[in-house]
Write a protein that binds this ligand. Sequence first.
Ligand code: PMP
Length: 325
Amino acid sequence: MVTEHASAPAANTAAQPDQSSLICYFQGGYVRLGEARIPLMTHAFLYGTAVFEGIRAYWNPEEKQLYGLRIKEHIVRLRNSSKIMLMADVPSVEEFTEIVKQVLRRNRFQEDAYCRPSVYKSTEAIGVKLHGLAHEFYVLAVPMGDYIDTEKGIPAGTVSWRRTSDTSIPSRSKITGSYVNPAFSKSEAMLNGFDEAIVLTADGHVSEGSAENLFMIRDGVLVTPQVSDDILEGITRAGIMEIAGYLRIPVRERQIDRSELYIADEVFLCGTGAQVSPVSSVDHRAVGDGRVGPISRQISKTYFDAVRGRLDAFRHWVTPIYTSE
Ligand code: PMP
């Protein structure tokens, strides 16, 4: 029997709710999650040769509407990830979008949810390679609220692991096997008492969080690492830059040194899961005065209004799930 490391945070071992009756799309039809099974010899299981997306859907209680967030952008990225992994023959953006909507609809969610489409190498075979293998796709969805404290700010720490570089495993493709790299980083940070990891590139520049992009504010300018610093080209990151334009906050994409984070006025992480998550300290140095700064607060408020379809300027981000557009 395998036992957890004695000092692992208790929350990691907490029982998960039974999700086996949720509806997912698998092998060409809509089935219960508990019935969707893959054979042990599946290439994607043996070698991590799958790509995936995480899409959030937000419940708007006033409108009694579920909004899918940036579905098209996620599907475009999924198709790009697939192409990088030599899986070019995948459903069109329109076909994928319809399946994502159907899965959310069939689960009748009246709460925030998380949807995961994935394309995976389905051939049952031993042998490390990318070419000459069949692939299939699935789409699942589960209920999900905030899983990072979005109000208070979190302590973050740089970790000794480096972000996989584009010359080893491309970070711009969401490859399931490559997520062992952020997993090393996240666990090192958490077991050392931080809530989140800040991961550096091989040459020591700031790349991103374990599953979030990073922004800092210095002298009123919003700064984020450029796409060639081994980041995932985040959809929330792009959204934050759009919000910055709306709020007339100047933005720069450039390399960031680790010690710049120690003297930044504000730092926050962002991503589909993390949403906008302010950082209160980096490597035990308070960010600003350690409280959520005014620019992060303003961006965060705009973001949370936008994702529930409450801002006209950002209506193009959301797709209503329960009514036709
Ligand atoms: N970096 C990594 C490594 C991630 O896994 C994610 C989550 N998808 C992000 C950044 C944030 O990307 P997005 O805003 O597209 O969710």
